[in-house]
Ligand binder design. Structure first.
Ligand SMILES: Cc1cc2nc3c(=O)[nH]c(=O)nc-3n(C[C@H](O)[C@H](O)[C@H](O)COP(=O)(O)OP(=O)(O)OC[C@H]3O[C@@H](n4cnc5c(N)ncnc54)[C@H](O)[C@@H]3O)c2cc1C
Ligand code: SF4
Length: 549
């Protein structure tokens, strides 16, 4: 087992990785498994699962009902993450849709998947060919067939449970079955499909990073519905699982290590990354290969922060594309009371999704959508509503029960197109505690998404009728879905792209930027499985590169 070498607080490793989320930790695990020394610099703190559970339990009702998934995770003094209760303004937002880009990512050892919903979708093959098939967006420089083996590997690594019946899969193009069979549908999931599917909809099980049997140290999901913001028993996959695996094999993960500066040599190869420790002392990590996996918002920020004499516009930014093409699946909610009880809240946070409108010729005109039946228990919104009605005693109790049983919440996501003006820049005025410029983002979802939202409204009204809906409501403003993409976009040439099909930077042949930042198209499904697959594809290329010497 080869370990990083530390000398007077500085470090040397074969591979230096920045960021210990699912992407960085999975890459670390791949490389340390091949016998290379691996150092991971992680800005955030180490979190204890039990402490996070206690913090959630003890949060005020308003935070819980407002889904304050960020606030229960302790923040490192030097590495702020966005907070909303109250808002800390760490990420500055502007533009016509700035308010719909309020991302909720964590800066902790293990990263944001501590509080994700674990939906593990693949892109459709056609999602990688948006330009050539639908005349919008960009094509990927790699095909679905090239990515497919890494999707299989990512599903294995994350322990994904999904349907074995192709009629319930999306996409059906897969060379291996899911590692585990699907999370069983609850009564509500089954009834939902029974009601809508005969009317042309396609309600299918969500493939998810949850164990339906004991899996690599994870217990079986017991369906307690607390996945967001923390699975109390670790049945849901989190990046921390790969951190632990990599550490057991000899990788060193330094917490409270904020990377801020990058050195390059005369060939523009990366020679070192500098980091601040918790005491704000600077250190340097040298290595042979460097991976930045800080997520699609913090990676472009770091590349811009690290501008040096040879790269005055930022590292990897000769194309001027670093920070551009920022994307998320902006979305909205549709809520109603059904004419029969569906009992949301049994099983995991998300289990059922309508995938019919994922694809079709309409994509040349407007965005696809996906509709998730939000399975987070309706008790909190039901209580809030029943209290507003002024009820007390048994009447209050009965109304909470009625609303919790009959309440439906559909979460709709839309597909953005990469757009150069949707851009991350460095703030000229706001600084983090280390004096580093905070990120600013200008965002406009664009008419493609707006038209997609209108099409989804018509479908929702039809679904509402199928359930005899009362109190039918569609939210008007678009919300963030925390699937941060773009910022270091992939392409087939260095003129308009930051990385190639292996997520290697065009400008620096030993720098790799795997993850959401590289994705040239967003599809309409949650993107982390694709980020992980890209991380694994990059790992395979790094291993080849290291073997060459
Ligand atoms: C509430 C919620 C629900 C979600 N549900 C889903 C879902 O169901 N399915 C899905 O596909 N996706 C979901 N996501 C998105 C998913 O969590 C992210 O796509 C995923 O975590 C991204 O992984 P990552 O490794 O790229 O980044 P992260 O997990 O964000 O990790 C990046 C790490 O880099 C570190 N870092 C940043 N800057 C520096 C620096 N300068 N120096 C050192 N370290 C640094 C950070 O501290 C962080 O730990 C959800 C997100 C949220 C917030
Ligand atoms: S339903 Fe409960 S056990 Fe299952 S993943 Fe979610 S929180 Fe964990």
């Amino acid at each position: 087992m080869k370990a990083p070498v530390f000398t007077n607080g500085d470090a040397h490793a074969d591979v230096v990785i920045v960021g210990s989320g699912v992407v960085g930790a999975m890459v670390a695990d791949q490389l340390v498994s091949q016998g290379y020394s691996v150092l991971v610099l992680e800005a955030g703190l180490r979190i204890q699962r039990g402490q996070a559970v206690e913090n959630w339990r003890n949060m005020p009702f308003e935070n819980r009902v407002g889904s304050d998934f960020q606030g229960l995770y302790p923040q490192a003094a030097n590495a702020p993450a966005p907070l909303y209760f109250p808002e800390n303004n760490y990420v500055g937002l502007s533009g016509p849709s700035g308010s719909s880009f309020k991302q909720g990512y964590l800066r902790t050892v293990g990263g944001t998947t501590w509080h994700w919903a674990a939906s593990c979708w693949r892109h459709l093959p056609v999602d990688l060919k948006m330009k050539s098939v639908y005349g919008v967006g960009r094509d990927w420089p790699i095909s679905y067939d090239e990515l497919e083996p890494f999707y299989c590997q990512a599903e294995e690594e994350m322990g994904v449970a999904g349907p074995s019946d192709p009629a319930m899969q999306s996409p059906v193009e897969r060379s291996r079955p899911y590692p585990m069979d699907m999370v069983p549908w609850s009564y509500g999931d089954t009834r939902f499909a029974e009601v809508v599917n005969p009317h042309g909809y396609r309600s299918v099980p969500i493939p998810q990073g949850r164990s339906t049997r004991p899996w690599q140290g994870r217990p079986t999901c017991c369906g307690n519905n607390n996945c967001q913001p923390i699975c109390p028993i670790g049945a849901m996959y989190n990046g921390i699982h790969h951190v632990q695996r990599a550490e057991q094999k000899g990788a060193v993960v330094l917490a409270e290590a904020v990377a801020y500066k990058i050195d390059t040599d005369e060939n523009n190869r990366i020679v070192a990354v500098h980091w601040y420790d918790g005491d704000r002392t600077s250190h340097k990590a040298t290595g042979r290969q460097f991976v930045l996996a800080c997520n699609a918002l913090e990676t472009p920020r770091l590349l811009l922060l690290a501008a040096n004499d040879r790269n005055p516009n930022g590292i990897a930014n000769r194309s001027d594309q670093v920070g551009r093409n920022m994307m998320d699946h902006s979305g909205f909610h549709c809520t109603f009371l059904a004419n029969e009880p569906l009992w949301a809240g049994r099983g995991p946070a998300q289990n059922t999704c309508l995938v019919g409108p994922r694809d079709g010729d309409f994509r040349s005109q407007y965005s696809a959508n996906k509709m998730i039946v939000n399975n987070i228990t309706q008790v909190a919104p039901a209580t809030r509503q029943a209290l507003k009605m002024g009820l007390v005693g048994r009447d209050l109790d009965a109304e909470i029960r009625r609303r919790a049983a009959y309440g439906v919440d559909l979460s709709i996501s839309l597909e953005p197109l990469p757009e150069a003006n949707n851009r991350l820049t460095l703030s000229a005025t706001r600084r983090d505690p280390l004096g580093l410029a905070c990120p600013d983002i200008h965002y406009d979802v664009g008419d493609y998404v707006r038209r997609g939202a209108e099409a989804a409204h018509a479908q929702l009204e039809h679904i509402g009728k199928l359930f005899g809906a009362t109190e039918f409501n569609i939210t008007t403003s678009l919300n963030a879905n925390n699937h941060i993409m773009g910022g270091t976009i992939m392409g087939d040439n260095a003129r308009d792209s930051v990385v190639d099909g292996d997520c290697r930077a065009f400008d620096h042949d030993n720098l790799w930027l795997p993850g959401g930042g590289a994705m040239p198209s967003a599809s309409v499904v949650n993107s982390t499985l694709t980020m992980a697959a890209l991380g694994l594809k990059a790992s395979a290329a790094i291993i080849k590169q290291l073997a060459r010497g």
